[in-house]
Each structure stands twice: as structure tokens, then as C-alpha cells.
Design a protein around this ligand. Sequence first.
Ligand code: OAD
Length: 254
Amino acid sequence: MSDTEHEAALQQAADWLRLAERVCVLTGAGVSAESGVPTFRASDGLWEGHRIEEVATPEGWARNPKLVWQFYGARRANVALVKPNPGHFALVELERRFGDKFTLVTQNVDGLHSVAGSKNVLEIHGSLRHTRCTVCGAVANRALEPLGDAPECPQCRGLLRPHIVWFGEGLDDDIWMAAMEAADACDVLLVVGTSAVVHPAASLIPISKRRSKEVPAKVIEVNLTRTEASAHADVGVYGPSGETLPKVLERLNA
Ligand code: OAD
């Protein structure tokens, strides 16, 4: 993409946002990459040295819960050290502009959108900051301190698990319903830093396009490269989101 095309894409994104009444944002690991949180799909097919089946499936958990906690313990420790980047903050600013007509749907479990100051955040894949009891089901918000490899529920002493949606598990019904409604109702869907290969999250993109209102949403893709989302995108802003999102906001405010 030439500089002129890139500039035109930034301007187009800002123009559509200016005309929008409702905005929905779908984020993935890429929005946190510049904060130092690794993305998922490394070229060796491994996730921080582990096969996904070992650490992010109910079967992996049943086989070796200690290994799963060691893996998530390391991720919690990393997230405790990192900070939101200008991409997260640009989305906070966007929410200020749209108020309650703004929904941020994130696949990320790092909690950085909320740390940055985003309010209406739907964490559809759960959160590293939360635990869930495998016996009584209680969900608790735990500070990012070490929990060890067999943490117990303070209420019933049952084994706690990470409050994360693993492969093969369903999403929380209420959270997913709210995400679908936001995608359906928005005039602009901003798709930031996701490879858009994991469903149902990625299906929010076609949902925003085939919504029941007369005019389908404009989809703006913000990524380093083209992805599975690109076929649905009306415009692609290619570059690191920590640089490009603030530029879109600059143009929107100009
Ligand atoms: P992926 O790792 O699949 O994709 C990350 C995307 O971010 C890629 O398309 C990159 O090109 C892009 N990217 C990297 N750095 C970027 C930057 N600085 N600015 C903009 N884009 C950048 O991550 P997700 O799409 O989030 O699920 O993965 C979806 C789900 O798969 C995750 O939520 C996780 C995983 O397995 C669960 O944990 C349930």
C-alpha cells in the first residue's frame, strides 16, 4: 500500500466514524502486541512453547491442571508487567465520543482495555484476572499475584480454574448475545488486530454486514496485514494499531 493509499484509508475510516451513530469494535491479540503481550498464532504452531490442546482445552485441563495453571500463571505474570498502548487509549477516546452507543468486544483476556479506561467492554473469551471454581462455580476477580499451580476456592475449597473460554467450550450466553446485538446495531464495525479465524468471535463481522437495518455497517479493518476479515472490510488500515488508531482519532477530531 502506498503512502497515499494509506492516508486515504485513514481519512475514510475517520469519515465513516464521523457519520456513525453506533460503533462496535472487535479486538484481538494484535491490539496488545505493542504492549508486549504475545499474539497467538506463531509460525511454529506453538503457543508459548505449548500445544494449544495441552493448555487451552477442557481435555488438556482434565489431563494436567497443574501444567495449565503454570501456563496461565506465566501469562498472568506477564500481563501484570505490561501497560496499555496508544491503540488502547485511542479506543477509550472513541468511547468518550459515542458514549453508550459504543461497545468494545474483545477476544483478549489481558484486561488492558479496562486498564486503559474503556468502560463498555465485553470480554467474550474471559479474563486472566478472574478465576472460576470447578465445584461451586463462583467467579472471582483476583489480583495478578501468583496463585500457584493448584489454587483453591476460598468458599468451598474446590479447585479453581482460569476463567477463560477454551477451545471446545461455549461462550457466556449473555455476553455473546450483547456482542451480537452490538455488531448488528452498529453503523461502523472496527476490527482491530485479529486474524479473524476463531469463531464465533469472527462471525460478528458478517453479522454487522447482514444486519436487518437497510444500510449494512461499514467495516474498517486495522491490522498489520490482510486477514480473513479483509473480504468483509470496506477499508483496510494496515500498520501497527498503536500508531494507526491514534491517527484515525486525530482525523476524526480535526
Ligand atoms: P491471533 O494471534 O490469531 O492474530 C493476531 C492478529 O493481530 C494478526 O492478524 C496480526 O497480523 C495482528 N497484529 C499483530 N501485531 C499487530 C499490531 N501491532 N497492530 C495491529 N495488528 C497486529 O489473535 P486473535 O485473532 O486475537 O482464544 O486470536 C483469536 C483467539 O484465538 C484468541 O482470543 C484466543 C486464541 O486462541 C482464546 O483464548 C479462547
